[in-house]
Design a binder for this molecule. Structure first.
Ligand code: AMP
Length: 431
């Protein structure tokens, strides 16, 4: 088995990796790092979770440090394009972590926020720029960014760029970069359009393909329960009659809702506590201790309050309300199934949350199994949406699980006979 030293990495990078607790390179790192250090272009078929960020960040950092130049205003040397703000931030942090002893300046730019700080950062000069395509193009058009000196180009999650309609922007951006660059393209899947993009932008390239190790999310038994908003309390109390829900973390969107849910549970004789930003640090610690020790079987939390909760042995995560963004969904359910154990996550979904559910399924590339053990709740969703305007419920194509694993319609969900249990797909069941 190779080590990071065997891969030819320099001491400042090795030191950073040791500090991070990385001892062994992942398969994509083992394959990619030597060829990238040698200056080759690369097509990487790999998903997030395989260690691909380090696989490209480490060799780029090393090659940049071998040929140091002063950071020039507006002119980055390395450009990493990625489809979402969350990924951009994550990749920026990766470069920060791995390159902490090399002293390169970096910036992360994405849309949906003011451009002022991003423009200032570019003016001050950065060597490494991580960006989403739309905002990057916008700032290029305003002449705040110039890509003439880009030596390293990474196109991350190319298939998602395609899905999200960014490919045209990407092509415009790439056309502004000189041909003598090292180019890397990563994608979890290789549809025709991504392959032709790859051929258009890569020189002679090496192809590296890795299958992801099972991630935490895949070890979690995920289920959706369609339920009318007003029935969520009843459903929660009903579910918690199951004693196998020994340590259950319930998520709500608001502090107010967290309090209310904890009260309802307490009234039903279920030991529960709420944790959120309105509580003092001491009160939060007390709630957390009660949950850890088992004095409280249920902890009701908001996303922000739950950050940093590291409690072993959480048997179930319940999304009483779905989060507005898929990243939060993944963070929430990742509280269970820690350290190689399994866990379960049940999400309540009312009529207004259906679009949130779709966003989660799209982002996590899976179709979450529908649990119809409480089938009458689905009927409530449909009746409610009919009351709210009476339009036809939108038709929906079943989501493909692009990783080829898992997927909806597991045996447990009781929705056999071809029905998905989704109220928007299966009117006869719901009506
Ligand atoms: P990525 O696929 O780049 O999103 O990485 C997935 C996760 O694995 C990140 O949290 C990294 O910090 C972590 N990671 C990457 N490489 C290694 C490694 N060689 N050893 C341990 N953890 C790693």
């Amino acid at each position: 088995m190779s080590t990071f030293t065997d891969l030819g990495l320099i001491e400042p990078l090795l030191r950073a990796l040791t500090a991070e607790g990385y001892t062994t390179p992942t398969p994509i790192q083992t394959q990619a790092i030597p060829m990238l250090l040698a200056g080759r272009d690369m097509l990487g078929i790999a998903q997030t979770g395989t260690g691909k960020t380090a696989a490209f960040a480490l060799p780029i950092l090393q090659r940049m440090s071998e040929n140091r130049t002063k950071a020039a205003p507006r002119c980055p040397r390395a450009l990493i394009l990625t489809p979402t703000r969350e990924l951009a931030v994550q990749i920026g942090e990766g470069f920060g972590t791995y390159g902490k002893h090399l002293g390169f300046k970096r910036a992360v730019i994405y849309g949906g926020v003011g451009q002022g700080p991003q423009v200032s950062a570019m003016n001050a000069g950065v060597e490494i720029l991580v960006a989403t395509p739309g905002r990057l193009l916008d700032l290029m058009n305003q002449r705040h960014i110039n890509l003439q000196h880009v030596e390293f180009l990474v196109l991350d999650e190319a298939d998602r760029m395609l899905d999200m309609g960014f490919i045209r922007d990407v092509k415009v951006i790439v056309s502004k970069i000189v041909a003598q660059r090292q180019t890397l393209l990563f994608s979890a899947t290789m549809p025709e359009a991504v392959m032709s993009l790859a051929k258009g932008i890569l020189k002679e390239y090496e192809r590296v393909e890795v299958t992801p190790q099972s991630t935490t999310v895949e070890r979690i038994d995920q289920r959706i329960m369609f339920v009318a908003r007003d029935d969520k309390r009843k459903l929660l109390v009903e579910l918690l009659k199951d004693k196998s829900m020994s340590r259950t973390l319930v998520f709500t969107r608001t502090k107010h809702c967290a309090n209310r849910v904890a009260e309802v549970l307490a009234k039903s004789g279920i030991s529960a506590d709420a944790i959120h930003g309105n509580k003092s640090q001491n009160a939060r610690q007390r709630s957390l201790d009660a949950f850890k020790s088992g004095r409280a079987r249920v902890l009701v939390a908001t996303d922000i309050a739950a950050r940093g909760i590291d409690v072993d042995g959480i048997s179930h995560v319940i999304n009483y309300e779905l989060p507005a963004d898929p990243e939060s969904y993944v963070h929430r359910i990742g509280r269970t199934a820690r350290a190689g154990t399994t866990g379960a996550a049940i999400s309540f979904c009312d009529a207004e949350e259906v679009s949130d559910l779709r966003a989660i399924e799209r982002a996590t590339r899976q179709s979450i199994a529908v649990d119809t053990t409480h089938a009458f709740h689905a009927a409530h969703v449909a009746t409610r949406s009919e009351r709210n305007g009476g339009q036809k419920t939108p038709q929906r194509q079943p989501q493909r699980n692009r990783s080829g694993r898992g997927g909806g319609g597991g045996g447990r969900n009781g929705s056999g006979g071809g029905g998905s249990g989704r109220p928007w797909e299966n009117r006869s069941r719901a009506a």
